[in-house]
Design a protein around this ligand. Structure first.
Ligand code: GDP
Length: 304
């Protein structure tokens, strides 16, 4: 499948640094304490995070004991299993139901790839025949509005925008009205990445939620946080900050192609308790994939 190859290509940096070391570790030899220490060090280095690494290694050790394995090369499959388990989500993305208009809020700090991801997501669903409308509700940055218009056009989406500095609530209001009137399938709301305080951010997002919900039942149906994978564990602390205020239901992880820190995917699932929904695999409008745990694990472990 085309998408699987793109995901795999985007994982080459992570694969080359993390997985080649893991493969070296699991050559046929006895399982020693040193092996576990080395495995921990490699996972932490790949930004899996200390807590998640300790959890994973503990799980693998338990299974190795239970299954009475003696050879290091048998451990690799167990590790793969446990990693897959950690990132397999039980909650599917809430987009493909029969509701009138599906509303998705997109949040994240400036520079994370938020605007690009909104456009990529519009393109992705546009390619599947969905009618997509975008709200340029990051009204604090003139450049973000312009960029969304350009990329939105490219994606074939309708873009609703007001003047820079105007009320984001009014943009959301117009987007809901227009989206319903024009029988759109999906509304993506690009929100401001940075307000002065967490309290302001929370207030603003709550206000936008309220405006959307007044017109569309149970909106927003998803709130996706955009995180830059190149920032590794910092992305995670940023995410914790947003999670409290923004009712995050999932993550869009960008720039997977530019980093060896792809291990952060595991920490996101375990420590944030929300799934990665999409990944950014490059700068092009079609470098965007729904997250697939199986493909991710294969991409990490399998050389060409
Ligand atoms: P925003 O400030 O969060 O809205 O960020 P932008 O959408 O403007 O993106 C910031 C930079 O990241 C731009 O140069 C994008 O081309 C780049 N970018 C976004 N997503 C990806 C990705 O998945 N891979 C790569 N390599 N670059 C990306």
């Amino acid at each position: 499948m085309f998408g699987v190859k793109k995901l795999k290509d985007s994982l080459s940096k992570t694969r080359n640094s993390m997985m080649s070391q893991i493969s070296d570790l699991f050559v046929a030899s006895d399982i020693t304490d040193e092996l576990w220490d080395d495995l921990e060090a490699i996972l932490i280095q790949a930004d899996v995070g200390v807590d998640t690494t300790l959890y994973l290694v503990e799980r693998v050790k338990e299974r190795v004991d239970q299954e009475r394995l003696k050879q290091a090369d048998e451990v690799k499959d167990i590790l793969k299993d446990e990693m897959r388990e950690l990132i397999t989500s039980n909650t599917p993305l809430q987009l493909d139901t029969k509701r009138l208009l599906t509303v998705v809020m997109i949040v994240g700090v400036n520079g994370s790839g938020k605007t690009t991801s909104v456009a990529k997501m519009a393109y992705y669903y546009g390619q599947q025949g969905k009618k997509v409308i975008l709200a340029a509700a990051d009204t604090y940055r003139a450049a973000a509005i312009d960029q969304l218009k350009i990329w939105g056009d490219r994606a074939g989406a309708v873009v609703v925008s007001h003047q820079p500095g105007s009320d984001p609530g009014a943009v959301v209001y117009d987007t809901m009205k227009s989206g319903l009137a024009r029988k759109m399938d999906l509304a993506l709301i690009d929100t401001a990445g940075r307000l002065h305080t967490k309290f302001n951010l929370m207030k603003e997002l709550e206000k936008l939620h309220g405006i959307a919900r007044k017109q569309v039942h149970a909106a927003p149906h998803e709130s996706l946080l955009v995180l830059d994978a190149t920032t590794g564990q910092n992305a995670l602390s940023q995410a914790k900050h947003f999670k409290d205020s923004a009712k995050i239901t999932g993550v869009i992880l960008t720039k997977l192609d530019s980093t060896a820190k792809g291990g952060v995917v595991f920490a996101i699932h375990r420590e944030l308790g929300v799934p990665v929904r999409f990944v950014g695999t490059g700068e092009g409008i079609d470098n965007f994939e729904p997250f697939d745990a199986e493909a991710f694990i294969e991409g990490l472990f399998t050389e060409d």
